[in-house]
Design a protein around this ligand. Structure first.
Ligand code: ADE
Ligand code: ZN
Length: 331
């Protein structure tokens, strides 16, 4: 991995279930006696040729069947933290999909306790700060999101915020107005996937109606110049995931990714990995891929890293510590 890939950075768009590597799927299936519809690791990996978000989500939800016990969630998170820290990540805000596990009969407490056990030790084990963001599956609708939110609160889940993910088109952000209002009222941070496959209008709704602080993906915002101007004026961070965008055919090839234009336009772009086990690389590989694919120089990569710390939900002194480290890093 090149030096560019390991500069100090924050990762702000990572689905912990998307770090479930094929080998882990088989190890956990055997320890939990879950039967899988794949012959072996090679057979599973051969299915990583996606045509769009929907074709990915089908496999993503099916592999999750192996996650059953607290230690599965803790092992998954620990493996991610170890890998992320080796790629220069100093701070990670980690999504999880509570509904995808509860629907399989895994209690919310098992999920949250397993993940938070790993994250609780991230500073001492990996020198990383971290936080959990619970995402609602938009295709399950607003009432299911509200019920899940109630359960998160009842469990006193140590989450720093909420997000919105899964199938986008047909599920506009405004459907989730009430649950976002409640989350804001209890002081949680708010983010949402928008403008990945959905139109710029979904990005506007996420800002105007859900009052999100960051947009996850947001690449389709570029189709609307007035929206771009607003993202720039208000410095709304976008958590862009370049390898994901190529694998899910949001953009054709890495060489065609609009990230350079976004950065040049003054959008607060960050680079992240989304579901690295499925998309061919963790955050370091995403930095390398944009460096090689769109020809970013060291200055642009440092700007991306700087943006990641600026967009993180951390306090001023921690941000300053990370920025100082970035400023002092060579390369
Ligand atoms: N869940 C996991 N990865 C996702 C993505 N890229 N978009 C929407 N939902 C997701
Ligand atoms: Zn995502």
């Amino acid at each position: 991995m090149s030096g560019a890939a390991v500069i100090p950075k924050a990762e702000l768009h990572i689905h912990i279930e998307g770090t479930l590597e094929a080998e882990m799927v088989f190890d956990m299936a055997s320890r939990n006696r879950v039967s899988l519809p794949f012959a072996d690791v090679e057979d599973l990996r051969a299915r990583y040729a996606f045509s769009d978000l929907g074709s990915f989500l089908e496999l993503y939800y099916s592999c999750m069947a192996v996650l059953r016990r607290e230690e599965d969630f803790a092992d998954l998170a620990n493996a991610y933290l170890a890998r992320a820290s080796s790629e220069g990540v100093r701070h990670a805000e980690i999504f999880f999909d509570p509904q995808a596990h509860m629907a399989r009969g895994v209690p919310l407490g098992v999920v949250v306790d397993g993940l938070s056990a790993a994250l609780g030790a991230s500073a001492s084990r990996y020198g990383m700060s971290s936080g959990l963001i619970a995402c609602f599956l938009r295709d399950l609708g607003p009432q299911a999101a509200m019920d899940t939110f109630d359960q998160l609160l009842a469990h006193s889940s140590p989450i720093i915020g909420i997000g919105l993910d899964s199938a986008e088109v047909g599920y506009p952000p405004a459907m989730f107005t009430d649950v976002y209002a409640r989350a804001r009222a209890v002081g949680l941070h708010c983010v949402a996937h928008a403008g990945e496959e959905g139109p710029p209008e979904y990005v506007r709704q996420a800002l105007d109606v859900l009052h999100v602080e960051r947009i996850d993906h947001g690449v389709r915002s570029l189709e609307d110049p007035a929206l771009v101007a607003r993202l720039v004026d208000d410095q709304i961070p976008l958590t862009v995931c370049p390898l994901s965008n190529v694998r899910l055919k949001v953009v054709g090839r890495m060489e065609d990714h609009p990230i350079a234009g976004m950065l040049d336009a003054g959008i607060a772009v960050t680079v992240n990995s989304d579901d690295p086990a499925y998309f061919g690389g963790y955050v370091g590989e995403n930095y390398s891929a944009v460096a090689d694919g769109v020809g970013f120089d060291g200055e642009s990569l440092r700007k991306l890293a700087r943006n990641s710390f600026d967009a993180a939900f951390i306090d001023h002194s921690l941000r300053q510590r990370y920025v100082d480290e970035l400023d002092g890093a060579v390369g």
